[in-house]
Design a binder for this molecule. Structure first.
Ligand code: ADP
Length: 484
């Protein structure tokens, strides 16, 4: 049964290279719906040859694309934004079908994804240079910003659309051309974007999208000196390997890697607001976001009331197939993800954690795990040190603010952290002490195209979104003019 779409042509199975669709042949990538286990379709499995052809196309398209005026590039990005908005329902249905998130969340992702095209189109017009008072009377110093060239982008399955536009919007706005490999688990959303990009007027070769043999494609791009930049979102382990490989041709890199977010609730917090924030920060996308709260650190005085209320609200979350009706929680992406969540819960319970709600698989087809709340988390448990990436809220009790800061920073990850407090001095102390690239105070929702997204420590390098995001795709050039 094919997915019903108003624009059935958004459902593609090829590789989009140099403005042409290469048909699937031979070995294919099977795409399945994690809520039902059913196969949605098969997509061309690209390897080294396609990867090289994509770089040929991107390198060929670069000189003309960079010469376009910023206004022309912005107009194309704006049209792409408008098309995404016009076809948001179809894009959201495709997204839910291959990724599993509830349809309302998928619509949210499409709007968020489109916002990067609008934002960076506008930023394209503000790629300013500067003049610097010179070191000699007869000299003048100019600084300009130029596009780095061909960009390779590798994206994950948890935000199949937004992780693409956050990179491609900035790259195209800067005047770069792109070769992109989405996750093999969610290629359909990526290919649908290519259809709309072409319709918006993105010229052939400026954006190329293929999926398949990830290491073969990645190696080909990393070894190719024409690719001047690698931008990656995914696991820390793969990010480190790719960063090391990028050194071979000294490519610039942006890495958005794993998190292990603490969510800290102080005694002086607004209890209701903290519970609502925790639900958002923990259970969005069924716990499968890199900024999801992984450890809930709760102060003594508020701990029990917070745990009770969070457990009650969590138990009421509706688990289901996002396309079948309203739901709050979708399935996990695959069997491996489900097994990991299960093992984290088992490990915590074996080490003395107390189960407040959930704690088991849901008895139905698909990769569903019941939304879970645990108390009694200790630093020895897997949940404390590894990214669970699932619907498990694990609470750890603390007494003093200093203790909370030590616990919060006890990880090599440094992406996002959250804290709830109504004390102004504490707000300053805590937001300065947290070793994280992003801090949410009295909010569980921090992602927006206008702010810089990225991590400290092993959570990555560089920033995406905001006016800082475009810098990742620009090289500074200093021109010294003498003999004046
Ligand atoms: P996740 O846990 O989110 O699946 P991964 O790091 O495995 O994280 O995947 C993120 C992206 O990296 C996906 O597009 C995946 O196909 C890609 N990827 C994984 N391994 C490699 C590799 N060796 N070379 C290039 N890309 C890779």
């Amino acid at each position: 049964r094919r997915l019903a779409l108003k624009r059935p042509d958004l459902l593609r199975d090829g590789a989009y290279i140099g403005g042409r669709w290469l048909a699937p042949e031979g070995d294919l990538v099977a795409v399945s719906n994690p809520a039902t286990g059913r196969t949605l379709g098969h997509v061309r499995r690209s390897g080294r040859e396609d990867a090289r052809a994509a770089v040929d196309a991107a390198a060929g398209a670069f000189p003309a694309w960079r010469k376009r005026t910023a206004k022309e590039r912005a107009a194309i990005l704006r049209r792409w934004f408008d098309l995404m908005t016009a076809h948001a329902n179809d894009l959201a249905r495709l997204l839910t079908a291959e990724q599993g998130k509830p349809l309302a969340e998928a619509k949210g992702e499409i709007a968020y994804a489109a916002s990067f095209l609008e934002w960076f189109g506008e930023e394209a017009k503000r790629i300013y240079g500067e003049t610097i008072p010179a070191h000699r009377a007869d000299a003048r110093i100019l600084v300009t910003r130029q596009p780095v060239g061909v960009v390779a982008a590798i994206t994950p399955w948890n935000f199949p659309t937004a992780m693409i536009t956050r990179k491609v919007g900035a790259a195209l706005a800067a005047g770069c051309t792109v070769v992109l490999k989405p996750s093999e688990l969610t290629p359909l959303s990526a290919l649908a974007l290519a259809v709309l990009a072409e319709e918006a007027g993105v010229p052939a070769g400026v954006l190329n999208i293929l999926c398949g043999d990830a290491p073969a494609i990645g190696d080909t791009w990393l070894a190719d000196g024409r690719v001047r930049k690698l931008t990656f979102t995914g696991s820390t382990a793969v990010g480190k390997r790719l960063t090391a490989a990028a050194a071979g041709t000294m490519k610039r890199v942006s890495m958005e890697l794993g998190g292990n977010a603490p969510f800290i609730v102080f005694d002086d917090a607004d209890l209701d607001a903290a519970v609502e924030g925790a639900l958002l920060a923990k259970f969005r996308n069924t716990g499968q976001t890199c900024v999801c709260a992984n450890r809930l650190l709760v102060q003594d005085g508020i701990h029990d009331a917070f745990a009770e209320r969070l457990a009650t609200r969590t138990a009421a979350l509706v688990v289901g197939d996002g396309l079948a009706g309203p739901s709050d929680q979708g399935p996990l992406i695959n069997g491996g993800a489900l097994a990991k969540v299960e093992s984290h819960v088992e490990d915590a319970l074996a080490q003395g954690a107390i189960l407040m709600t959930g704690g088991r698989r849901v008895d139905r087809t698909g990769n569903f795990f019941a939304p879970t709340v645990l108390t009694g988390l200790t630093p020895a448990m897997k949940i404390a040190t590894e990214e669970t990436f699932g619907p498990v809220a694990a609470l750890q009790r603390f007494t003093h603010e200093d203790e909370a800061m030590v616990l919060a920073n006890q990880t090599a990850a440094g992406l996002a952290a959250y804290a709830y407090t109504r004390d102004l001095a504490r707000f300053w102390r805590v937001s300065e002490a947290l070793e994280y690239g992003m801090v949410g105070i009295n909010t569980g929702s921090i992602s927006t195209e206008v702010a810089p997204f990225g991590g400290f420590k092993e959570s990555g390098l560089g920033r995406e979104g905001s006016h800082h995001g475009i810098e990742e795709y620009l090289d500074l050039k200093y021109v010294c003019v003498g003999a004046i």
